[in-house]
Design a binder for this molecule. Structure first.
Ligand code: PEP
Ligand code: MG
Length: 539
């Protein structure tokens, strides 16, 4: 059986199929009539949870030994604790409410009680109480924890994955992504490129595929279910050829990004977090041209503190050992939602309250991030760029806040380095104002994903209009040309960090336009270098 979709990263994956389990952590409270039946429901779930814990104990005992397995025994005992059980049953009987609610409420109350104790050992039990309560709630809801329900690497199937979900995935378990929704520039697609694994979007697969074998052909954009032995052999051969190609590309490591006639270009990498830096180094990028800092926020339950951010930026700057690291300030909103920001639902989120608009109206959040970045700049070569700019006035305001931050750090005697300031060009307004904007900043980085969406009035998240959302549209190419010319006129260097930067069919065009830098997924660095080294712009 074959299902056609659209490929967003090529390559072949062969392996078991696994449906992404959405975490259903929302516990609803509802009235019940039969308290005895509800208590019985709870007791059955409690028994199932204990069975699960026994299996985990047995597995851990074999794999990691008695000392590490012991926690699962403790959890089983906690599930039998008299006070804990009494509280749950009491809530069900007196309030006549569902078991999920009684378990979650008891879990929260007990966790708070333990956390408030003086004894460190008891404080540590707070997390265990939450853990066992979540387990029982999941059994009651008949749902597994959000994520991948497998111990071996799988082809992951999902309706779509939100950035907050992909950020929590155990990436070592993903051979390929296949989604029903999504679009070429959705964040699942970007993640697949960062991980260099094949990925398909727009595949209308059925529900009952869990555990079956599948093949993802990222060249033709197809998903094959239950392949024949011949198909597996044929695809395994293709996969081996791919590996060979990758090996050849590795031979380009350490080589310059220079055309046959001597024109050089900087090739930098796009990352979403500290975990991506290894792949930046492996692929020999000259720097980081886009650090999507919002992933630090997406991966957290609350606003990341200045220190937590400082540690992340410092680690990246130090690991890059003096090479340029361009950190984009927070780009939350639109497709990247974070609960604790409490953003209002919007009719048109892509054109709504996002990115720099949040930062300029909530300077507390912005300043925390800027302080963390400036402090980290002491440990490497850091630049900052601001997303979604539409006016000179916004840039002036950003610079004022930057100056306030620097003044505070000076007063506190905290050191920081030289930091270049730049902006992303991702709105037609920024393109049209690029001559004026260039005078205010050190550099531009063209975000073609958003620039295409806003220029062509095509929502980048909407798979239905994917065919209209053409980044090769002459309007977009004209805007890139104009931005490069105006940037240079105003003394700013100009790069491209949207997905188009990695499109090797346009590398020559970009170089002829005079682009100074291309920032691409780490896995695309060597492919672009290969093309650059074969170009002769004198012809
Ligand atoms: C872009 O819009 O091109 C860009 C690089 O930013 P993001 O994809 O994170 O919106
Ligand atoms: Mg963008």
């Amino acid at each position: 059986m074959e299902y056609q979709g659209k490929s967003v990263f090529s390559g072949i994956a062969i392996g078991p199929l696994c449906l992404y389990q959405k975490a259903d952590s929302m516990v609803k409270r509802y009235k019940i009539e039969d308290a005895d039946a509800e208590v019985k429901r709870f007791e059955d779930a409690q028994a199932t949870a204990k069975d699960q814990l026994q299996s985990l104990y047995d597995k851990a005992l074999k794999e990691v030994g008695e000392a590490n397995a012991a926690i699962f025994e403790v959890h089983q005992m906690m599930l039998d604790d008299g006070d804990y059980l009494e509280s749950i049953i009491n809530i069900i009987r007196t309030q006549l409410v569902n078991a999920e609610y009684a378990v979650a409420t008891t879990g929260d109350n007990f966790a708070q009680m333990f956390a408030a104790m003086d004894d460190e050992y008891m404080q540590a039990r707070s997390a265990d109480i939450k853990d066992i309560s979540n387990r029982v709630v999941q059994v009651l809801q008949g749902a597994a924890a959000g994520g991948i329900n497998s111990d071996v690497p799988v082809i992951l199937l999902a309706d779509d994955l939100a950035p907050s979900e992909t950020v929590q995935l155990d990436k070592s378990l993903v051979l390929s992504f296949v989604t029903r929704g999504g679009s070429t520039n959705s964040h699942t697609a970007i993640l697949a490129r960062t991980m260099s694994i094949p990925a398909l979007i727009g595949v209308d697969f059925p529900e009952d595929l869990d555990g079956k074998t599948g093949i993802v052909d990222g060249y033709k954009g197809i998903l094959i279910i239950d392949p024949s032995a011949e198909q597996i052999e044929e695809y395994q051969k293709k996969k081996d050829e791919d590996e060979e190609k990758k090996r050849l590309l590795l031979e380009l490591k350490g080589k310059e990004n220079v055309t046959l006639d001597g024109r050089k270009v900087n090739l930098y990498a796009n990352i979403g977090g500290v975990g991506d830096v290894a792949s930046v180094l492996q692929n020999d990028a000259g720097g980081i041209g886009l650090f999507r800092s919002e992933f630090l926020y997406l991966g957290a339950d609350d606003y990341p503190t200045e220190d937590a951010q400082f540690q992340a930026y410092k680690t990246v700057a130090e690991t890059m050992a003096g090479k340029k690291v361009i950190i984009r300030t927070l780009d939350i909103g639109a497709d990247k939602q974070v609960d604790y920001f409490h953003l209002e639902k919007e009719e048109n989120p892509a054109m709504g309250y996002r990115a720099i608009r949040i930062c300029l109206t909530r300077p507390d959040i912005f300043k925390t991030q800027l302080r963390a970045i400036y402090r980290a700049s002491y440990y490497g070569t850091i630049s900052i760029m601001f997303p979604m700019i539409i006016s000179v006035d916004e840039v002036v305001k950003c610079k004022e806040i930057v100056n306030e931050v620097k003044k505070e750090l000076d007063e506190q005697g905290l050191p920081y380095g030289e930091v270049e300031l730049g902006i992303m060009i991702e709105t037609p307004a920024a393109v049209l104002m690029s001559e004026e904007l260039a005078k205010e900043v050190d550099f531009f980085s063209i975000g073609t994903n958003d620039l295409t969406q806003y220029t062509l009035a095509c929502d980048r998240q909407n798979a239905a209009i994917e065919s209209f959302n053409d980044p090769h549209h002459p309007a977009v190419l004209k805007e890139i040309q104009m931005t490069i010319e105006n940037g240079h006129k105003g003394g700013a260097w100009v790069g491209i960090c949207g997905e188009l930067g990695a499109d090797t069919s346009l590398t020559e065009t970009f170089l002829r336009m005079g682009v100074d830098e291309l920032s691409v997924s780490p896995s695309r660095i060597l492919a672009v270098r290969d093309v650059v080294r074969k170009l002769d712009l004198s012809k």
